[in-house]
Design a protein around this ligand. Sequence first.
Ligand code: URA
Length: 231
Amino acid sequence: MRLDKYISQISDLSRKEVKRILKTGLVTVNEEVCKDPSRHISDADTVCAEGERLEPPCARYFMLHKPAGYVCVTKDKDHPTVLELLDEPNLDKLQIAGRLDIDTTGLVLITDDGKWNHAVTSPKRDCKKTYLVTTLRDIEPETINKFSAGVMLDGEFKPTLPAELEILFANEAKLTISEGKYHQVKRMFAAVGNKVEELHRNQVGEIVLDEDLELGDYRELSADEVSSVKV
Ligand code: URA
């Protein structure tokens, strides 16, 4: 990690402010003054400011039970964002690992670990996401095969990757997908002539939404939950 990012992550300082401090010569790396913000810091390096050791930043991982009405972006002028539900320092350093639509509820993962975020969201990493879906019309049994073979979404050139559909009731189902195209689930049901009325995500990879979390609540992920995502 770059030196300016390292210091910024463990303080309330922006990268710009860190660069200004570095110029004063107060920061040492392995006991030598370092003014270079791009200097690479590895686990073996010791960073000090005015002689005090700066402990390496610890990555943060949270699960949130997203209520409807909140958007999964870091800033929005019209709607509250899911980050506003977190009572944590340095909110600007956190990223949302996979977005849900404003009207979708359920599991949202939030982290400041970019590699972990990528492992959750990249379609190449095959991290499965499970949704509970309520539809306007009854779900035709052939939808299971159609989703498993892949359907063409409006405006796309390639069919969706194989998805697993389990019909729970006439108009309720559990759908597991490994991609995260824009409005993917809603567009998949539209592709078979149905319409999603309610959408709730309850699982990402092996991480299941904690039943004890009320809408709007969040908690840190356990070490097992974090390591269940292979980075
Ligand atoms: N697919 C959708 O259509 N919406 C979501 O919020 C998530 C997946």
